[in-house]
Design a protein around this ligand. Sequence first.
Ligand SMILES: [Zn+2]
Length: 311
Amino acid sequence: MFVSASPEDPDVWYPDGNLVIIAESTHFRTYTGTINKFSDNFLQLAEVTHAVGTGYAAEGCKVVRVTDSAHDLRHVLRIIHEGFYYRQRTQGVVEFEYHASAARLSNKYNLVAIAHQVTTHLSELFPSSFDLWDKNESLRTDRTHMSPEDAIEAVKLFRKLAWNDMLPAALYLCAQLSPEILLGGHVRADGTLERLSRADRVLCIELKMTFIKESDAMFAQLCGKGRGQKCETNGLFGSEICRDTLAEQVRRHDRDNLHGDPLGTHLRKKIGSWEKSKLVCVECARELRVREKDLRRSLWRKLPKMMKLQV
Ligand SMILES: [Zn+2]
């Protein structure tokens, strides 16, 4: 990032602007008319400062000071001036950080159009439906979109803004974090340490234990139903390999089926490895994948109750 000794922000400084907004020690120069197009009460919500010694008032500028971070304000002002997709022209900005900043300020200053767009984007990372959760799986593991620790900031944000339909996904992802990160918190892009509330830290630890039990139960249900109805080895030539494979899995009760990510890829990887090793036939693998998805969908539906949420 460009570092300047000047308090004037290099990205948001329009020399003929008539409004200077000060966040922390950074000065942004913009236009009241532009701001008013996005929010009819931004200036009422910001604290008007005397700004002694800034000299901007002498140039005819209104000067306001806000309590937000310069990082967040820069993002929102760039969206206002350059459009929502300026990020695509900016290197190194993680998608979640960008949307979280915009969500905080768009809600605070009634920037309705920005708030609407940001919820659309955040709901791709933290979906409210199982189908979207499944479809967007790759987004959650791509660090250009988000890092695992961002789930902490997401939970704090969604709790504060009452965006309850995104909370199950965010809390689920928090429950995947290590105890050290879960308890110690995560420093967000503007330098603020985000820590879950005590109640949410306790909840996530409880969820970790719940998810281990659910993973175990899901594995038992996947294999316990036995081979598929269209099994190709249904006694043909004396072969019962699919039936035997699944019965053996239930009997062995491997410890690696006890894990805390029942909505993750564990079962799909198992099915894939059995199919590759010809321990189950193609038809059984197909049916197991259907079962596996049904089991995850069923767990997804139980999340709000497990998380004591009213979604
Ligand atoms: Zn089979």
